[in-house]
Design a binder for this molecule. Structure first.
Ligand SMILES: Nc1ncnc2c1ncn2[C@@H]1O[C@H](COP(=O)(O)OP(=O)(O)OP(=O)(O)O)[C@@H](O)[C@H]1O
Ligand SMILES: Nc1ncnc2c1ncn2[C@@H]1O[C@H](COP(=O)(O)OP(=O)(O)OP(=O)(O)O)[C@@H](O)[C@H]1O
Ligand SMILES: [Mg+2]
Ligand SMILES: [Mg+2]
Lengths: 164, 153, 153, 164
C-alpha cells in the first residue's frame, strides 16, 4: 500500500493544494515558516491524531486557515489522503482508498471513507490492517529526534515489547 | 511470550548492528538486555565509533547520538516495515558527512517504502528522487514540484 | 523597584523590536507585559514576520521561533553586555538565509565582545574572523588553528 | 575584560592543548564527535559550574581523559582560563588573571587564582565583578536553543527581574 496523493483545503497556511506523492524518496524543502511541517501535520491529522497539541495547535480550530494577510478566515479545514491499494493489502477496500477528515470552528471532526461518513475508530481499524498508525514510529516530527535520542532503556524496551 | 520477545529482540539487535556499522563506516554497536533482569529490564545501547572505545549512548556527542538513535529506528523498521516514513528535520545535529550517509540509507530503504523527508540541508535534498519546494506569500503557502534534474543545474 | 523594572523592560523591549526587524528584513515584533497583571505576570512575545499576520511565538515554525528567541537574547545582551558569548549550534533550526542574517548580527556584535561559536553550517563559519578546526584520532581530540584566508581557497 | 587563552589537560577527549582566543568572532568547526562541545564544557567547568550533568557527565570523574584507544586513563583533569584584564575591569586583580580548576578521580575539585589555591566562591566573586557567571545567558549550550524557544512567559519575565 502507498500514499498516492494528499489534498489540503484551508488547512493551516494552505488554501487549496493537491500533492501527488511519488514512490521512493521525496524531499520537501523551503525557507523557515513556509509551511513544510504544516504538510506533515496534515498527514498526521487525516490519519486520526486525537491531540491538537501534537499538531502544534492549542485547539483543533487553530488548524483552520486564518486567511493570511489579505483573505477571510475559512470556516473549516479539510484533508484527503489517497492510498493506492492496488496490491490489495487491505482486501476489504477498493484499489484506491480515500480517507477524509475535516474540522470546523467548534473543533468537531468529520471522517469519511471513500466519500461516505464514518467514525475515527473505523478509519483506525482499516489503517492498522496496513500497519499504519497515526502515531507510529515511522513518523518523526520536527524536534522529535531529540526525544528519541534521550529515550530511557525502559522506553526502548517498551517499543520492542509492543512489536513482539 | 518470552520466546516471542527474544525472537523480536534478536532480530532487531542484528539489524541494529548492521545498520550502525554501515552508517559509521565500520564502527560497531550493540543492543543489550539488562543482565540482572533480561525479561523486564531496559535496553542499553553501547556503540564503538571507528577509532574510539565502546561507550554508552548517554556519553556520546549530539551527532553520534543521532546516528545511533536512527540506527535503532531503522532496525525496527527492517523487522516490521511500514508502508511509508515521514521524517521532519532528523538531520539537525548531523555534519555534512553523516548527512550523506543517512541519505544513502534513506535512498536504499526507499526502494521498499515511500520516504517523505523535510530538510534544510543541501546534502540531504540532493539524494532525493523528487523535490517539492514550498514557499509562502501573504500568509498563504504554495508548492512548486521540481524535478531533480532542474535542481542539478 | 517598580520603576527599575519598567526602565529595564522598556529598554530591552526597544532593543528587541530593533533586532527582530533587522533579522527578519523588516518584520516587527513586540515584548508585551500581561495587561491584567503587569508587575507580576509573564512576558508575551508577538511577532509579525514580513508578509504575515502578527502571531504569538507559540504558533510559529521552528526557524521563526529561533529568530524570535535569539532577538530576545541579543536584546538582553545589548542592555547588559557580557564580555564574551558562547553559542553551541544555535543554528540547528535555521535555513541558510536566516543563518546568514544571524551571522551578520554576530559579526556586528563581535566588535564589542568575543563570540565563540560552534557550528556545522558553512554559511555561519564563513562569517567568522578566525576558525579552529577540531578533529579526533584514536579517541584523542586535536585542534588545527586555521586563518580565515586559508579557508577561502 | 576578555578571554585570552584556554588550556586543557586531560579534560574529556583532550590530552594537552592550549588555545589562544582572539578578539571578535571565532568559529569552532569539525565532524560529529570530534570534541567541539568538550571545549565549551571546559569553559563552563573552569568558571565554576557545580553540576556534572550540565557538563554532560554522570559524575565529575567522567571529565577525566579516559586514555582514548591506546593510552592510559589520566588521574585528573585540569583547565586554565587566562583573562586579559588590561582594561582593569577588575581593579583588585593583575593585568592577566589565571583561573585554574582541576578534578580528581574521587570528584574533588581544586581551584586556583593566579597560581594560589582558593575557593569556588572567591572565583565566583571575582568573575561577577566582570559580569561573568558560570551559567549566564551569554552561554547557550548545544540543544539549549530549544529550551530558550519553549520558555514560558513567566520564565521570560524572571530574566528581566534578575537584570533589574
Ligand atoms: N491556521 C493557520 N492559518 C494560517 N497560517 C497558519 C495557521 N497555522 C499555522 N500557520 C502558519 O504556518 C507557519 C509555519 O509553518 P511551518 O511550521 O510548516 O513552517 P516550516 O516550513 O516547517 O518552517 P521551519 O523550517 O522553520 O520548520 C507559521 O508561520 C504559522 O503562522
Ligand atoms: N572523559 C573522556 N575521555 C575521553 N573521551 C571523552 C570523555 N568524555 C567524553 N568523551 C568523548 O568526547 C566525544 C564527544 O565530544 P563532543 O560532544 O565535544 O563532540 P562534538 O564535536 O560536539 O560533536 P557534535 O557535532 O556531534 O555535537 C564523545 O565521543 C565522547 O566519547
Ligand atoms: Mg518545520
Ligand atoms: Mg557538540
Amino acid at each position: 500500500i502507498k500514499i498516492s496523493r494528499l489534498s489540503l483545503r484551508n488547512f493551516k497556511s494552505f488554501k487549496r493544494i493537491s500533492i501527488p506523492i511519488p514512490d521512493g524518496f521525496t524531499a520537501i524543502v523551503g525557507p523557515n515558516g513556509s509551511g513544510k511541517s504544516n504538510i506533515i501535520d496534515a498527514i498526521c491529522f487525516v490519519l486520526g491524531r486525537s491531540s491538537a497539541k501534537s499538531l502544534r495547535a492549542e485547539r483543533f480550530s487553530d488548524l483552520i486557515f486564518n486567511g493570511g494577510k489579505k483573505g477571510k478566515p475559512a470556516d473549516k479545514a479539510e484533508v484527503t489522503l489517497y492510498l493506492d491499494n492496488s496490491g490489495m493489502e487491505i482486501p476489504s477496500q477498493p484499489k484506491e482508498i480515500k480517507i477524509y477528515r475535516s474540522v470546523d470552528a467548534s473543533g468537531n471532526s468529520i471522517y469519511k471513507l471513500n466519500g461516505k461518513r464514518t467514525t475515527r475508530s473505523e478509519i483506525l481499524e482499516i489503517l492498522s490492517a496496513a500497519k499504519i498508525q497515526p502515531d507510529g514510529h515511522n513518523i518523526i516530527l520536527q524536534g522529535d529526534i531529540t526525544r528519541i535520542i534521550e529515550m530511557s532503556p525502559l522506553e526502548r524496551r517498551a517499543i520492542i515489547d509492543e512489536i513482539a | 511470550k518470552k520466546d516471542i520477545f527474544m525472537e523480536t529482540f534478536e532480530n532487531i539487535a542484528m539489524n541494529f548492528r548492521r545498520i550502525f556499522s554501515q552508517l559509521s563506516d565500520g564502527g560497531s554497536a550493540d543492543l543489550l538486555l539488562d543482565e540482572d533482569n533480561p525479561l523486564e529490564g531496559g535496553l542499553m545501547i553501547k556503540a564503538k565509533p571507528v577509532g574510539k572505545n565502546p561507550q554508552y549512548i548517554e556519553l556520546m556527542s549530539g551527532g553520534e547520538k543521532t546516528i545511533t538513535a536512527l540506527s535503532f529506528i531503522f532496525a525496527i523498521q527492517r523487522y516490521q516495515p511500514a508502508p511509508f516514513y515521514i521524517l521532519d528535520e532528523i538531520d539537525m545535529f548531523l555534519d555534512d558527512d553523516n548527512i550523506r550517509k543517512v541519505s544513502e540509507l534513506i535512498k536504499n530503504s526507499s526502494k521498499e517504502a515511500q520516504f517523505i523527508v523535510v530538510s534544510l540541508r543541501e546534502h540531504l535534498m540532493t539524494s532525493a528522487s523528487q523535490l517539492f519546494g514550498v514557499s509562502i506569500e501573504e500568509g498563504v503557502s504554495k508548492i512548486v514540484g521540481v524535478e531533480l534534474e532542474e535542481v542539478a543545474d
